[in-house]
Design a protein around this ligand. Structure first.
Ligand code: SAM
Length: 152
């Protein structure tokens, strides 16, 4: 599986977290977190606890540096590892920007581990086999982005 690092634009990320109705104290998990832009917004704008999972150590370092810079210790975390090894039962909200094939594989795990009522928001790629409860289109800096909301 190979998913390159392409960050979700800030406005699109904010709309993802809004659409998922992230509330203070909730746990937001971003599998394949890149430089943890979504995790950082979840913590700073929505007062959530943010957890990123990232396989690329250079990006993990970038996450840690920005958490330190912004004083997010204790509220923002990054796990260096494979997103398929994480236990998602802790998550209230999962944010995805991965690709349909990865979403499909991850769906099986999410169905087993997520609690009822947890929300999954996916940027640009549907989760095959699930029906979104809402879909919105956001105008990004260079193109339109589609966001799918699922409720478990
Ligand atoms: C398209 S980027 C999305 C970054 C971030 N979630 C965002 O939306 O801004 C996908 C990220 O997933 C990471 N990734 C790919 N395969 C992974 C795996 N098996 N486990 C953890 N991270 C992975 C890549 O290194 C990359 O940073």
């Amino acid at each position: 599986m190979s998913v390159p690092y392409v960050p979700t634009p800030r406005d699109v990320a904010i709309e993802m977290l809004r659409l998922a109705d992230v509330r203070p104290g909730e746990v937001v998990v971003d599998p394949g977190a890149g430089e943890c832009g979504i995790v950082t917004l979840a913590v700073t704008m929505f007062n959530a606890i943010g957890i990123g999972i990232e396989i690329n150590p250079a990006l993990v370092r970038s996450c840690i540096e920005s958490f330190e810079r912004l004083g997010l210790r204790g509220r923002a975390y990054v796990v260096w590892g494979d997103l398929f090894d994480f236990d998602y039962s802790i998550a209230d909200v999962v944010t995805l920007y991965l690709g349909s094939d990865v979403n499909e594989r991850l769906r099986v795990k999410l169905e087993k581990e997520l609690r009822r009522g947890s929300r999954v928001v996916s940027h640009d790629f549907e989760v095959p086999g699930w029906r979104p409860v809402n879909t919105v289109v956001v105008n990004g800096p260079f193109r339109m982005h589609r966001i799918y909301l699922y409720i478990v």
